[in-house]
Write a protein that binds this ligand. Structure first.
Ligand code: NAP
Length: 246
């Protein structure tokens, strides 16, 4: 018996894909959003459905309001509701601040901040209707501490933390919870810009002495999404960083 529907943005790869597997294993209907990686999304759908879960894929660029509206309508048509949103889609760009261009700024803010605004705004009416829902945003340790050579990314992730806390207060009277998971360095394609030496350096500075795995993040997201497990938690930023920043 499938109890709830989760929409996960940026679920074709990395952390989002692992969230999709984790929610499917826990009986959720999973709406997998992707943008460019259609093959990955199709493979993930097949993996989940072959394993006895329920998944469907939905293409949308989260930075495009119209595409997001159409995607959410399609998810509601397919599953009847959206109980949980995992707003995970994100991009990063490393480099010194003085080399960053207007185009870099637009790319990062269009996906990480406007994209977050679009998907959260799109699902809220469906949650208001049911007077329940749980939203989990994916921020970053750099949004909490600031990351050298990651200034634009840090700015965008700090914005997500601000939104999470403010919106949590605003929608709590409608029994909707809003929390954030803030990952440290997690071993996905996003870290491909780092050299092996930089990764080793990260590991050495991490008390638990390893990079995070997508599953470490997915388990935390599931906990915050689940009304049975975290019903009195809202506006919280849960760090999943191996003790790098406490
Ligand atoms: P990833 O492996 O690079 O995957 C990024 C995902 O975001 C992909 O599924 C991609 O979809 C999707 N995406 C990008 N732009 C999109 C857009 N405009 N519309 C829809 N989807 C879009 O990255 P990841 O490491 O899993 O990161 C997931 C989230 O965790 C991000 O928000 C990231 O900032 C955050 N995070 C990651 C780390 C880390 O160390 N990995 C640390 C802290 C926070 P397509 O490929 O289909 O386009």
């Amino acid at each position: 018996m499938f109890k709830t529907t989760v929409l996960i943005t940026g679920a074709s790869r990395g952390i989002g894909a692992e969230c999709a597997r984790t929610f499917a294993k826990n009986g959720y209907n999973v709406a997998v959003n992707y943008f460019r990686s259609e093959k990955n999304a199709l493979d993930l759908k097949a993996e989940i459905n072959d394993g006895g879960g329920v998944a469907e894929i939905f293409k949308a660029d989260v930075s495009d309001e119209k595409q997001v509206e159409e995607m959410i309508s399609a998810v509601v048509k397919r599953f009847g509701k959206v109980n949980v949103l995992v707003a995970n889609a994100g991009v990063s760009k490393s480099g010194v601040f003085s080399d960053m261009t207007q185009s870099d700024f637009d790319k990062i803010f269009d996906t990480n901040v406007r994209g977050m605004f679009n998907v959260v705004k799109g699902v809220l009416p469906h949650m208001y209707e049911r007077e329940s829902g749980s939203i989990v945003t994916i921020s970053s340790i750099w949004g909490q501490t600031g990351g050298s050579c990651e200034v634009l990314y840090s700015m965008s992730k700090a914005a997500i933390i601000g939104m999470t806390k403010a919106l949590a207060k605003e929608v709590a009277p409608m029994h909707i919870r809003v929390n954030s998971v803030s990952p440290g360095a997690i071993d996905t394609d996003m870290l491909s810009c780092l050299t092996d030496e930089e990764k080793e350096d990260f590991i050495m500075q991490t008390p638990l002495n390893r990079l995070g795995k997508p599953k470490d993040v997915a388990d935390a997201v599931l906990f915050l999404a689940d009304d049975d497990k975290s019903s009195f938690i809202t506006g919280h930023v849960l760090s999943v960083n191996g003790g790098y920043f406490i």
